[in-house]
Each structure stands twice: as structure tokens, then as C-alpha cells.
Ligand binder design. Sequence first.
Ligand SMILES: Nc1ncnc2c1ncn2[C@@H]1O[C@H](COP(=O)(O)OP(=O)(O)OP(=O)(O)O)[C@@H](O)[C@H]1O
Ligand SMILES: [Mg+2]
Length: 350
Amino acid sequence: MISMEAVETKQPEETGEELEELIELKGVTKKFPYDRSFFGYKQSLTAVNDITLKIYPGETLALVGESGCGKTTTGRLILDLEELSGGQITYKGKVRDDFTAEDWQQYRQEVQVIFQDSNSSLNPRKTVKSIIRSALICSGLYRRKDKEKISARIIELLNDVGLRPPEKFMSKYPNELSGGQRQRIGIARALATEPELVVADEPVSALDVSVKSQVLATLQKLQQEKNLAYLFISHELTIVHSVADRIAVMYLGKIVELGTNKNVFEKAIHPYTESLISATPIPNPRETREKERIILKGSVPSPKNPPRGCYFHPRCFYAKDICNEKAPELETIFPGHQVACHFARERMER
Ligand SMILES: Nc1ncnc2c1ncn2[C@@H]1O[C@H](COP(=O)(O)OP(=O)(O)OP(=O)(O)O)[C@@H](O)[C@H]1O
Ligand SMILES: [Mg+2]
């Protein structure tokens, strides 16, 4: 079992340490067309709206927010499973628009994904061995004829993700495994290509509580051993609190607050973040502040028809006239902490 206490954050912007980011999203936007008319697509919704963020090597950046706020779409844009509608993504200092075929091959090898539902992401007709073998061969790191090397690597990967003894799992089919074991196969498959960044989209949400902690502990162990960076997508704030170095809070396609785990949990500035946190039971009593639970008014508006001004203002307990008129920019309030709220400074002093 892992501890549910917040991890020590290693935030480079806060320490003043100059650390080169692994990936940078700048003004990243994704629009989806809908309502097809006779003349073509009439309208579009903005699922991801002008997002700017960096992910550093070896860190866990959590992306949180209510259902439909654009978390998965952001992950899919990074994975190049969706085309950008605007903005750019830079990986290891090179803009993706300028990638050569070799750069793309390296990118696809180094940027991997773990899905929520390994049940549907693992081919039911393939054995565990064959699933991981395909990943190894696709990565270009192994050739089909390297049979012994491939077998040895599969054993190593199964060991790494805690499936022991590995030989027992090689010939199994996904439906012969438990949810936790299947999720571990999904992790082994992602690790097969020796990634540097893993987009983990709700990686433990479908698991039982005890299995959740075990799989999370494995993810954290692998991160330390292999200096992996995670974009950890989750709507479960208790889990985010236990794994994240930094947290980005999304609302209707936009980032409304971005800061270290500690700052976001202890000094949330954006009213939306404050409401989310107030509804989250934190098991560590030292950190459970005297706080009143804030009940948000209404539900998340549709991205097809977002409100004027600040998208959050119709539900905000702090809204004033300006919030209905003008959209706030994501501003740095102090090093390493950014907030998109007209009253961020005033709220910081409260
Ligand atoms: N392929 C698509 N076509 C049209 N709209 C889409 C598509 N994919 C996502 N959307 C819309 O984009 C918005 C963001 O969706 P997304 O799946 O990224 O949200 P999410 O934050 O991952 O939600 P959840 O927590 O439910 O997984 C939603 O309004 C969704 O309906
Ligand atoms: Mg999602």
C-alpha cells in the first residue's frame, strides 16, 4: 500500500533550478465539428482551448477537472491521435511541425499511453507474450528474428510491473487476468518502447480500491527507476494528491490553475479549484484544514455553448460584473503558480 500523503514536489520553477522541459504545449487548441449540415460542418465545439504547459523529465503532472473538460483530448493531442486545430507542441526543443520521419519514430517510441480500460485496449485474441512482443517490434528496438532477446525482455518487463513469476503470465489471454493484472500488462506494453513520457489516462479509475494503491505504487516505482514523466489524467483528487508533483486544473477546455501539489491543495486560488478541493477528503489529518464544503451551482456548461467572459462565472461564488464581460488570462501569480481569475491576487491575500 502506498501512502496517501502528498509526495515531495520537485518543481523546478520553484527551486529556481534550470531544468529543460521534455515537452511544451503552447496555445494548444482542439475543435471538433458537429451538427453536419447539407453544406458541410456548420459548427464546432472547442474541447481544448488555448492550453500552454510544460512537462519536465521525471515529474508527474496531473490534469484534473470534471467530465468533458478536455483532459483526454489533451492527452490524445500529445499522443498525436488527434490533429491540432491551433497552437504547437515542442518535444525536446524541437517543434513537432518540423519533425522529420526519424523524429516522429523517436517520438512515437518515447511518448506512450496507458488507458483507463485495459480490457478494451488489449487484443482479446492475443496472449500476453504476443501483445508485448508486438510493442517491442513496433518500437523498432527489436527485430522479429531476435527471438531470445525478445523473450528475455518480455520477462524483464513483466517482472518490472510486478507480474511474477512472469512465465506464468506469458501464455495467458487478457480475459484470464484480473483487472489489476490487465492494467499491469497495459503498463508493460507502454514501457516496452522505453518511453520518457507516459500519458496515463485514468490509469486506476476502473480498479478496486486496494488494487488501485498497488498499481499506483508500481507506477511510482517505475517512474523513479526509469525517470519517466507522467501526464496523469484523473478526476479523483485524492489519488492526484498522492501522486502528482504539479497539478493543472481544467475547466471547459481551459487551464484555470496550475501549481505544485502542495500549493494547489493548501493554497488554491481559483474558486473552481477551491470548490473541487473542498469536496475532497484528504486522509492526512494534518492537511485537513478547517474548511467548509463549497457546493457548486449548476452543472458544467456545454463546450458547444460556453458562457461569456470567464467560463466559470455562472457557477462561481466569487463572481463580479467583470467576470461576465471579460475572460481572464492564465497569469503567473508567483513563481510556479498560475491562475486564470480576475481576482487571483485579491484571493491570494484572503
Ligand atoms: N471525437 C470527438 N468528436 C466530437 N466531440 C468530442 C470528441 N472527443 C471529445 N469530444 C468532446 O470534447 C469535450 C472534451 O472531451 P474529453 O473526452 O477530452 O473530456 P474528459 O475531460 O476526458 O472527460 P472524462 O472525464 O469524461 O473522460 C467533450 O465535450 C466531448 O464531448
Ligand atoms: Mg477522459
